[in-house]
Design a protein around this ligand. Structure first.
Ligand code: C2E
Ligand code: CA
Ligand code: CA
Length: 528
């Protein structure tokens, strides 16, 4: 229910809250699942790196074992040692070649027998291990070399890089695993790279061997958790999404329910926010205030004073108008009753009613309660009927109007001439007054046809013996024209705008010849 005529669109908490409520369980669920997956990945990464370390240690045990057996032969001639060199290749599953060196020269090889190649102890990490990206026999093919020395002589055994790459690939097929020796590392791509491997984006683990100078680096790619989330938890993920949508939906529904027009009107009714404003109705001739129309205003805590055309349609649609009118009549009676001295006998109080009031007889009680606030005959209650909602001439409605008349309550047809059933209403209900709609009053001084319509309405009311009230009188020309044509009462900005009770009473007291105010009246009214 928009309570201002035009409100710029803005992002309010009402529109944001359902999003927050919907996203919150999804975000929390995802965070917990992500944390759980990271824990699992770390545990798995630790297990695989340990396995690789153990496997490489096992390979190196083979190499160390062969070197250990060959060490006593280092320095002796190659020819007799060659058979032992070859037997170590055969006996140790992972050993590809064995060699002997002395004085920084590799002089005997299991592959070629006599050999001559320089050996530099500085190439070996801790003097023992060298990860090579190839040698003269297999250039470009990784090779891990183990060196065991005793002074200037020693034995060297090698393992083919394929064994290591296979271990890296098979032990951690879904993982990033690297073997690092000194300043070089071997990746699952089967190539030796210089430097240190980049840390893994997820579950990065580095585990060094306690027995040989190498370490294994493990971990997963950055998108691994999301991948796992999608592949392993599709049901949980869907459940989370459904939960989010349901939470957002329920929140939106609750907000809408709480801020629905009828909930807002109910709240306002309970908070007593509907106030009567009074617009004077003046009598022909002396233009003294002969009555007033009670017009509802909503004193909204945020929006301020709200015009009735912005909320009355909702109240009429929901049927809450009945309770609102009851509250308004009570407010009106309580505001005016202490100042009845200001009201002349038969002072008209017009109250707007709608079709909803005609469904049962409760309006009788409301009118009775209203009139009981005043001395008998002081106030003439007039109910103004509009055609916004068609009033059916049901037996209840007819009984209601009958009894209202018996009680002395009068009926006025509001906005006469604007609807289609004005004449029907005239026939069906015992109407006392016609209120000529302001659109006809605005025609005064206009073209001949318009004026003719107005004249006909006035004439009709006279013929039917009905009182007539002209609404929306804004100019003296209109006032004088209506007076000349025998209109009994006039209402419009020319005489007074709708005003709150204290201003109305003050203005009433200021009228020439107004009655004396009772003792104890508020000073602002007394001043009037
Ligand atoms: P209405 O019953 O025809 O009331 C007259 C409307 O014309 C009032 O507007 C009044 O302020 C306005 N008016 C009076 N004199 C002039 C004038 O000289 N020039 C112009 N331009 N306007 C004038 P308001 O107070 O905004 O009320 C609008 C409508 O809301 C009312 O029209 C009535 O249909 C409805 N309404 C107001 N209070 C209640 C209520 O308590 N119950 C119901 N059911 N409807 C109400
Ligand atoms: Ca009215
Ligand atoms: Ca009207």
């Amino acid at each position: 229910m928009p309570l201002t005529v035009k409100r710029p669109a803005r992002l309010s908490w009402r529109s944001l809250l359902p999003w927050v409520v919907g996203i919150l369980p999804v975000a929390c669920g995802l965070t917990v699942m992500h944390w759980q997956i990271e824990r699992e990945l770390r545990a798995s990464s630790q297990a695989t790196t340990r396995q690789v370390v153990e496997h490489v240690e096992h390979i190196l045990d083979n190499l160390a074992n062969a070197a250990q057996v060959l060490l006593p032969l280092a320095g002796s001639p190659c020819e007799p040692a060659q058979l032992t060199l070859r037997s170590q290749v055969t006996r140790n599953a992972f050993v590809r070649s064995t060699n002997l060196f002395r004085d920084n020269t590799l002089y005997c090889s299991s592959l070629f027998g006599d050999f001559d190649e320089p050996v530099d102890a500085n190439d070996y990490t801790d003097g023992h291990l060298w990860l090579m990206d190839g040698n003269s026999v297999t250039p470009g093919h990784p090779l891990l070399v183990y060196r065991l020395s005793d002074g200037a002589r020693g034995a060297i055994s090698t393992v083919d890089g394929d064994h290591l790459v296979t271990a890296l690939r098979l032990i951690g097929p879904n993982e990033q695993l690297q073997l690092r020796v000194g300043n070089a590392w071997l990746g699952q791509d089967g190539r030796v790279h210089a430097g240190a491997p980049a840390p893994a984006a997820t579950a990065d683990v580095t585990l060094g061997s306690t027995r040989y100078p190498f370490s294994v680096h493990g971990g997963y790619a950055a998108d691994k958790p999301a991948q796992l989330l999608r592949s392993q938890y599709p049901a949980l993920l869907s459940l989370l999404l459904v939960l989010g949508v349901v939470a957002a939906g329920v929140c939106r529904w609750q907000i809408r329910r709480a801020s629905s027009p009828s909930a807002e009107l109910q709240r306002a009714l309970e908070a007593d926010e509907f106030l009567p404003y009074f617009q004077p109705v003046v009598r022909k001739g002396d233009y003294r205030w002969a009555g007033a129309e009670v017009l509802m205003r909503w004193n909204h805590p945020r929006e301020g004073l709200v015009r009735p055309d912005l909320f009355i349609p909702y109240a009429e649609h929901s049927g809450q108008i009945v309770a609102m009118t009851r509250a308004l009549m009570l407010h009106t009676a309580q505001s005016l009753a202490p100042y009845t001295a200001l009201l002349e006998d038969g002072f008209h109080i017009g109250v707007n009613i709608t079709a909803d009031h005609c469904r049962d007889l409760t309006l009788l009680d409301d009118c009775q309660t209203f009139l009981q606030h005043f001395p008998p005959g002081r106030v003439r209650l007039t109910l103004e009927l509009t055609e916004r909602k068609l009033i059916e001439p049901t037996p209840i409605a007819l009984e209601l109007f009958e009894k209202l008349h018996a009680m002395g309550v009068m009926i006025a047809l509001d906005d006469f001439g604007t609807g289609q059933s004005s004449l029907n209403y005239l026939r069906q209900f015992k109407v006392d007054y016609l209120k000529i709609d302001q659109s006809f009053v605005a025609m005064i001084g206009g073209d001949a046809l318009s004026q003719h319509i107005l004249d006909s309405i006035i004439e009709l009311s006279a013929k039917l013996g009905l009182g007539i009230v002209a609404e929306g009188v804004e100019t003296e020309v209109q006032r004088d024209y209506l007076a000349q044509h025998g209109v009994d009462f006039q209402q419009g900005y020319l005489f007074g705008r709708p005003m709150p009770a204290d201003a109305f009473l003050q203005a009433l007291a200021a009228q020439p010849g107004a009655a004396r105010l009772p003792q104890g009246a508020p000073p602002e009214i007394m001043r009037g």
